[in-house]
Design a protein around this ligand. Structure first.
Ligand SMILES: [Zn+2]
Ligand SMILES: [Zn+2]
Ligand SMILES: [Zn+2]
Length: 146
C-alpha cells in the first residue's frame, strides 16, 4: 500500500473526513523527496489546477500533523510525509519522531525515538521537571555525503 492510501486510512480511523484538499496535500507530499513549505505545497496544488490557498493548506497540515502522518521540520517549518513503514501498527497515529538532516544534500531521514527516557529521568531528578513531550532534530552528514 502506498503512502497516500495508508495515510488516508489513518485519517479515517481517527474520525477525520477525507476532504479533497487533504487528499491532494498527501499526494503532493508523497511525490516529494524533500520537505515542503505550505507556500510550496500551495503552488503545487495550483499547478494541478486545484484551489490551494495557503491558509487552507496550513489548516489541513495541522490536522495531518496531529494524526502523525506528516511531520513538521523544526528548523524551517516545512512539512514532510511520515515514514509510516518505520512505525508499528498501534503507534502510527501517535508517535515521537526525529529527523536526521544532512547538511550537505539536505535529505531527511526519520528515525525512531530511542534513548531519551534516561535524559528525561535526569531532568526530573535534577530539575524536578516533568517532561510531557520533546522536539529534537539532528544535523550532520548522511551515509552518501560523508
Ligand atoms: Zn513518523
Ligand atoms: Zn547527504
Ligand atoms: Zn522523541
Amino acid at each position: 500500500m502506498g503512502y497516500t492510501q495508508e495515510a488516508i486510512d489513518i485519517l479515517k480511523k481517527n474520525g477525520y473526513k477525507i476532504t479533497k484538499p487533504r487528499q491532494i496535500i498527501l499526494k503532493v507530499l508523497d511525490e516529494s523527496e524533500l520537505p515542503l513549505s505550505p507556500y510550496e505545497i500551495s503552488d503545487h496544488i495550483k499547478k494541478m489546477g486545484e484551489t490551494g490557498d495557503v491558509v487552507g493548506v496550513y489548516r489541513s497540515l495541522e490536522i495531518l500533523e496531529e494524526s502523525g502522518i506528516v511531520h513538521k521540520v523544526l528548523s524551517n517549518g516545512k512539512y514532510l510525509k511520515c515514514n509510516l513503514k518505520l512505525h508499528s501498527e498501534d503507534q502510527k497515529d501517535s508517535h515521537c519522531h526525529h529527523n536526521l538532516i544532512c547538511k550537505k544534500c539536505g535529505t531527511l531521514k526519520e528515525v525512531d525515538c530511542v534513548g531519551l527516557e534516561l535524559f528525561e529521568r535526569i531532568l526530573k531528578s535534577e530539575y524536578s521537571f516533568d517532561v510531557e513531550h520533546h522536539a529534537l532534530e539532528f544535523y550532520g552528514l548522511c551515509s552518501s555525503c560523508k
